[in-house]
Design a protein around this ligand. Structure first.
Ligand code: DQA
Length: 143
């Protein structure tokens, strides 16, 4: 059983991306955190980070065989309509995660076109948000 861990544009450079906003953990650190959380249940993680929306859409299409997903869409939260439509067809629970508290930031980050479709949303807790999302999916998905 695999958990889809989808990260959008600019998240591949975590660790050196505006560390005052996003911290110093790398995406590899976050992937390890999620893996460690789901490993006791025998799940593995399918990590996908892409800067292009189309590649993320493809990963969602290819994700039907996963059990659930954690999605940090990055700035695609604002107008990623094709990612939104792909997720509308994703047949498993998925959780939107943002490292930062987007509502404490610029107004253009206050609306997510994806959030109405998500099972839940976590924002502002940094890398721990991914771990908590994984924990929630473990509870939501029956083996
Ligand atoms: C982000 C918040 C988005 O507004 C931003 O465009 C990102 C990262 C976060 O994890 O806090 O790329 O999704």
């Amino acid at each position: 059983r695999e958990l889809l861990l989808l990260n959008g544009p600019n998240l591949g450079i975590l660790g050196r991306r505006e560390p005052e906003v996003y911290g110093t953990a790398t995406l590899a650190d976050i992937e390890a955190l999620v893996s460690a959380e789901v490993a006791p249940r025998g799940w593995s993680v399918r990590p996908v980070q892409r800067d292009c929306e189309g590649a993320l859409v493809g990963a969602v299409h290819d994700g039907d065989d996963t059990v659930g997903a954690i999605v940090n869409p990055g700035a695609l939260m604002i107008a990623g309509w094709s990612l939104r439509d792909a997720l509308a067809n994703y047949p498993h629970p998925w959780i939107e995660v943002h490292l930062s508290n987007v509502w404490a930031r610029e107004r253009f980050r206050h609306e997510s076109v994806l959030a109405p479709l998500a099972t839940g949303l976590i924002a502002g807790l940094g890398p721990a948000g991914y771990r908590l999302a994984a924990r929630a999916l473990l509870d939501l998905v029956a083996d």
